[in-house]
Each structure stands twice: as structure tokens, then as C-alpha cells.
Design a protein around this ligand. Sequence first.
Ligand code: GDP
Length: 479
Amino acid sequence: DGMNIQEVAKKLHREPAEIIKKLFMMGVVATQNQPLDSETLELIAADYGIKAEEKVQVDISDLSVYFEEEDNEEAMVTRPPVVTIMGHVDHGKTTLLDSLRNTKVSLSEAGGITQHIGAYQIKINDQPITFLDTPGHAAFTVMRARGADVTDITIIVVAADDGVMPQTIEAINHAKAADVPIIVAVNKIDKPTANPDRVMQELSEHGLISEAWGGDTIFVNISAKFGQGIDELLEMILLVSEVQELKANPDRMAIGSVIEARLDKTKGPISTILVQQGTLKIGDPIVVGSTFGRVRAMINDQGRRVKTAGPSMPVEITGLNEAPQAGDRFVVFEDEKTARSVGEERMKRAQQESRSKQNRVTIDNLFSSLSEGELKEVGVIIKADVQGSVEALSGSLQKIEVEGVRVRIIHAAAGAITESDVTLAAASNAIIIGFNVRPTPQAKIQAEFEEVDIRLHRIIYNAIDEIETAMKGMLEPEY
Ligand code: GDP
């Protein structure tokens, strides 16, 4: 008990007012934030046809729920912007990231050793800015595809001597798709062949019109190599982030996203995470993607151990049971038991999903897989009672050709269908044909688990006909 009306309403997916009204009808006067005793909770539950013991089902394993929760306004404070650098190859992304890092590390942090953890933070007039260290839109989009929307500002670097190139346009489109504001850094301004006006001209054709030309895109001329224009670029980042009013509540259990993850031989799984809300602390029980654990140690981008990490701060953490993936989200839970059970549930779901995603080829989906172009050939594993049948079957199957698609024999041998045949079929997305043989009990179980199709025949013609008919899409439905 102890839940208040607002929380009860949320669990029941009802308006708090509706619950207050119901209670009023039952003779209980309550306000939204007043904790309710168990008796009253039972009354409400009974009224909605729920036994109080059965907790109302919220899917606590769905991490996205925690990202949608609204924080109350008073708790929100300004947080540093998270900046990604994109642009065409060789236009100076890495040089810019290095020069930003090397010149602008705040004095209090001096003496630390730069640690490449996938992101770093610098301070400008005491205002921190976080940079993601992996330039390019591939990393950006992979993260987004996995649910992580961490970038607040994108800097698109365009070399002034080269102009807009294919990956410049891709970068623009990725940033636009994510609805992230763009600052254009016109780089290599030191070069005699630099032509910033041409860059402006070319970018205007892609919807990025400079303020100088009456548009609303900020352009800054820089030389990443010689440090020119870097201060102005940083000022512009702070300006854009001020306009965005980036806020977070540091006083709650942390949530955020994975920037990078790897497996270290001695330390185990290591991941760089970026806190988006709340403050992450040593010892926090945590679920990251479909991994879980307790935050054992935290290291910042200076290689220093830290005890806490607040909003927009990247840290490298250890203590997870496995390495998560870039773009996975993390959520801190109240206790380790919950974190473990959520983590295990998510692992189970991830495994189920990856299995069904692989879309095993079967006789029934063969035609649609072929016509959708997912399949270029039909992989088959043949097992038969005698070598003569193995050869007869493979000879005939290899003669089949339907609209340019052929059968490829991955493996053919005499003997029962074993687990190793199933593993091979699963790995190469093949169908197993058994002629006068059966799968071993273990192979049968594994085939069911891996969803590998095993077809058993006693007449060679039938085995061949089944494959050919399936490839032509003329199978009679089985009842
Ligand atoms: P990235 O592929 O976008 O990460 O590009 P890099 O940062 O690796 O830079 C590509 C090349 O351009 C390197 O040889 C850099 O030294 C050079 N470069 C980068 N910025 C500048 C600059 O401002 N001026 C000049 N002259 N060269 C630069």
C-alpha cells in the first residue's frame, strides 16, 4: 500500500478524477497525492474487477516505458547538450573531435589521461558539452534504430576545398530524419583552395540556408587542424542548446543509452553509457538492453574513477553479466532481484525475436521467400539410408531449376539425421530431406527449437516433387 490516487490511476490506465469520483461514491474522500490504505486500494480494485493481490500488469520489462514517464517540472534542471559530428569522409571529423578534446579540457580535470570511451565532455566557461566520439551517420543511425535518441545537436563538417559530397547529403538526411538541429562547420578554411561560399551555395540546394543568406542554419568557418573558429563553433553549440532548453531530473534512478560496448578479457563486459535522466551510482542494480548486473566501477573520459554520473555524462561501467549493444537503453531498478528478473525476461524475449527474425526457410514459405527475393537458392541437406539413394537424390535435386533458382546441396550423407545436421541447416538456412531415415530424438527436439524444416520421404520421386512444387508456389495447403 502507500500508493496514491495518481499512481493507482496510472496502473489502471484511468484518469485520477474518475477514481476520486468512485471513492467519493463509496464514501471515501481522497485527494490525488494522498497515500491510500490497503482497504481503500482493495475497494478500488474490486470495483474494477481486480483482486488486490494480483498486481495490475504493467510490463516492467519494456524499458521504453521508463523513457516515456514524465518528470515533474520543478525537478528538471538544465543539462549539457550531446553533440554528434557527421560529414563526408576526409572532411575533418576526426581532426575536429581531437582538437575539441585536446584544447578544451577544463583545468580541474587536467592531469587526467584521455581515455577513448566513445564519448567525452569538455567545459566552456563552466558549461559542459558532451561529444560522441564515433563520427559518421552509420553509428548515429544504428543507435537510433535500437531506440537510443541521444543526440541533441549535429555538426555537419564540410571541407571548404571539396564541397558537398554524397555522405554530406546522407548526413543531412539522417539528421533531418531524427529531427536534430544542424550546425554546419565549414572546415579547412586555412587552405588556399577553400571556397566557403560554394559550400553555402551547395548546401542551400539541400535546404540548409545560412543566416547570412536569410535562412536559419548556423554556419561556422573553421580550421580543425589549426584550431581556427573552434571557439565560435562552441559558442554556437551552447546557443543552440540554450534555445532547445535541454533539461533533465538528476534526482531519480538513472536511465540512458549505451554508446559502446565490448568484452574485456580481464574486466569482463565493459560499456560506455550516457545518462539521460537521473544520476547513476556505484552499486546501482541495472538492466542494459538484455543484460543486467550491478554497477561495479565507473570511469570517466579522463580515465578517473567516479562514484556518480549525472545527466549527459558518459561513463564506462563494469558489472554487467554480458556485453550489451550500442544503442541499447538502460534502466536502474530498485533492487538487484528486479533487475535480474527484468534482464532475464528481456534476454528470453531477445532470443525469441532473433529466432523468428531469421525467418527460417521451410517448404511452406519457400515460394514466398523466393519471390520476395530473400532467397537466391534453395539450400538442402540430404540424409538417406544408403549411399546410392544419397547420390540419386542429390543428382535429381540439382537438376531442378525454377526461374533461374536452383537447389544447392549443402551436405549429403548416409545415416540418421543428427543434431549436427540441424545445426548446419540452421546456420545455412537449409531444409533437411530424410530418405528412409529419421531424426534422432535430440535432433528432433533441436529442429523444433531452431525451427528447421525436416521432410521425411520413402519415395525418391515424392522428395523431388515436393521441392519443385514448393519452388513453383503450387503446394497444396496441408490440413
Ligand atoms: P574524417 O574522415 O572526416 O574524420 O577526416 P580527418 O579528420 O581524418 O581528416 C582528413 C584529412 O584532412 C587529414 O589529413 C587531416 O589532417 C586533414 N584536415 C582536417 N582538418 C583540416 C583543416 O582544417 N585544414 C587542413 N588543411 N587539413 C585538415
